[in-house]
Design a protein around this ligand. Sequence first.
Ligand code: 5GP
Length: 188
Amino acid sequence: MNLLKQRILSDGRCLEGGTLKVDNFINHQMDPALMMAMAQEIANRFSDKGINKIVTIEASGIAPAILAGYLMQVPVVFAKKNIPSTMEHMISTSVFSFTKNRSYDVGISRDFLSADDRVLFVDDFLANGNAALGIIDIVNKAGAQVAGMAFLIEKGFQNGRQKLLDMGMHIESLAIIKSLDNCTITLE
Ligand code: 5GP
């Protein structure tokens, strides 16, 4: 998606360790017009896949997910990170965080995920695929089906895509980073 690619090149910054910082338009300050355009692109790419629910993980996936859900007219559920012990009916799993370098639990209530759901997972980044694998685990535990996975930015030099393809997933990424070597952003 050209609009996003141009924005990454103009406003993205590269941090040591292969992290792309997009705090000024996705991860902290958000650009609503760009976010809506990205959601529209996601909605177009999955319009014929029979999606009836969107699932994301808090926090950065929520903005694109809610806009895509609005456009696709389906409910949006976000996996919670700090699962309160009082929360009932939780389906949870452990996810290793690329940016925080530690594992954390995420969960979704059984009340909002059921066997007749065809789920589209939406997230800001695909890196090693750990967040996506966690969601696949939760969706499977609910007896539901992952019908597709949409990412705003994929880091093509990490192995998330391959892991998900090996599981038969349909993946769409709006921009793919080929390399962040020498702190230079190179897109596919
Ligand atoms: P994965 O689970 O695929 O390894 O990593 C995806 C998650 O880690 C995303 O939800 C995102 O929050 C975070 N992440 C991974 N790589 C980057 C990056 O280069 N920049 C930013 N801002 N977040 C990242």
